[in-house]
Design a binder for this molecule. Structure first.
Ligand code: TRP
Length: 461
């Protein structure tokens, strides 16, 4: 459990929306502090609200360096509007130049939802990938794969198991003695999903960002912890000025780092390693480097926090040349959840709470008419007191999904607040917009249906 008993369960059907508490307790960073290039409506409206190390990815983008985007889908039900938010973000990263990998979590779906692999494949293609194509992902720059058939993912997930243990799983996920073991393996497979795009075979070392709903953050915490525990070189702020680099001696590198089995130190090996560290720092342009092999540290007094990423990348490359995995902790972004139509959580197992991407217009109209409203109970009260767009589902869906014009949105927001627009009118505005959006989407799905297989990676066709 988290510090005061608060926990996020990625498999739960309930979901905390206390976002400031989540930011604080789990150490997410607020998105406001970054400057986002070509922000999408999700950024402009604060829907994407938090991140971990997104600056790494944005810096790479600015420098024209490569970066990856990875996300995953659980093929268990129909794709609904809520699922489209991650894809909007993926599309945004793709437009900025990121290469995109999408995991079909068929193993996870089988383990946690009882969906067979065949069924999982069918759902993934007809429900998800078909809609990704319609939502505008570029098939040339997207690779969809299945957990069950990508051995690199499973291999990594297994091998990295040495970097965690049951206590950590208990504290992150609240797992207990009776927890099914497949359920315990699922997060390790997801660790493999998240880290494998960095392997040489799948694109090599580069920042990889994982856009997800905040329910998936436990997996990111686990993965980031595992990646840093596997690193051979630790990089942190020095207690004096500058950056301090230390060695992380582990079974697999002990000999290379000069730790002999008899406990003695091989000074030549140590000197050699420290020589390589210094050489790499010189290549980055640093000249004042205090290398202290005896203490096992290198200090770069003139390096600032800003230099940390460059130093880290350089040393991860060095680690790889020396035979280590050289894994960079993944970056991530998080979005708020759109409220369910009923005012509760949106869920694919409760059709009344959401709009599926292939719902017909009659169904959508009915659903929006019945939606939870932020209006007053009588027209007189509403005119006098005004409505509350913050809880009004019709308004919220305009903001999250259907209306891309910020000025118009601001206009109806204030007209609702001061009672000029009635709750029924807000619903009608939403129905009209939703009809337009969904009709267009259905057309696009028909037009792009032939592209579905183009999204599949070579190993997944
Ligand atoms: N666990 C995710 C879900 O329940 C699916 C998933 C699998 C995923 N692997 C991933 C998400 C990697 C993000 C990154 O929807």
């Amino acid at each position: 459990m988290g510090g005061d008993g608060f926990n996020i369960d990625p498999w739960s059907s309930t979901q905390s929306t206390d976002y400031s508490r989540i930011i604080e307790q789990f150490g997410l960073s607020n998105l406001n502090n970054l400057s986002i290039p070509q922000p999408s409506h999700l950024h402009r409206r604060g829907i994407v609200f938090a991140h971990r190390d997104l600056d790494l990815v944005l810096d790479a983008q600015k420098m024209g360096d490569s970066f990856g985007v990875l996300t995953g889908l659980m093929p268990s039900g129909r794709m609904h509007l809520g699922h489209s938010m991650v894809i909007e973000q993926v599309k945004w990263f793709q437009n900025l130049g990121g290469d995109v990998t999408i995991a079909v979590a068929d193993l996870e779906s089988q383990a946690t939802r009882g969906v067979s692999l065949d069924k999982g494949r069918e759902i993934a293609l007809s429900e998800y990938v078909a809609n990704y194509a319609a939502l505008g992902l570029n098939p040339e720059k997207t690779n969809v794969y299945f957990q069950s058939t990508r051995s690199e993912v499973q291999r990594l997930g297994f091998q990295l198991g040495t970097r965690t243990n049951l206590s950590e799983f208990e504290s992150i996920y609240g797992f207990k003695g009776e927890t099914n073991l497949a359920h315990i393996q699922a997060p390790m497979v997801q660790v493999g999903d998240i880290l494998h795009p960095q392997t040489e075979e799948f694109g090599g070392l580069r920042p990889v960002v994982v856009p997800v709903g905040v329910d998936q953050d436990p997996h990111l915490r686990l993965t980031r912890g595992i990646a840093s525990k596997s690193n051979w070189f630790n990089i942190k702020a020095n207690s004096g000025p500058g950056i301090l680099i230390g060695l992380s001696v582990q079974d697999e590198n002990a000999e290379l780092l000069g730790q002999q089995p008899n406990g003695r130190i091989d000074k030549n090996k140590v000197a050699n390693i420290f020589g390589m560290i210094v050489e790499n720092l010189v290549e980055l342009g640093f000249s004042d480097i205090n290398s202290n092999p005896k203490q096992g540290t290198v200090v770069v007094p003139s390096a600032t926090k800003k230099d940390m990423n460059a130093i880290r990348m350089k040393l991860l490359h060095l680690e790889r040349r020396l035979g280590g995995m050289g894994l960079l902790a993944p970056s991530s972004t998080y979005h708020h959840f759109a409220v369910g139509l009923t005012g509760d959580k949106m869920s694919s197992s409760k059709p009344k709470t959401t709009i599926f991407l292939d719902d017909d217009i009659t169904t959508i109209t009915k659903k929006i008419k019945k939606a939870y409203s932020g209006g007053q109970s009588t027209i007189e009260d509403h005119r006098r007191l005004g409505g509350n767009p913050d809880v009004d589902v019709a308004y919220q869906y305009m903001m999250y999904f259907f209306e891309h014009d910020d000025d118009y949105l601001a206009e109806i927001n204030s007209a609702y607040r001061n009672g000029k627009i009635l709750a029924g009118e807000m619903k009608q505005i939403c129905i009209d917009k939703a009809t337009e959006w969904m009709t267009n989407h259905a057309e696009l799905r028909a037009q792009t249906a032939h592209l579905v297989t183009d999204f599949l990676a070579e190993d997944s066709r």
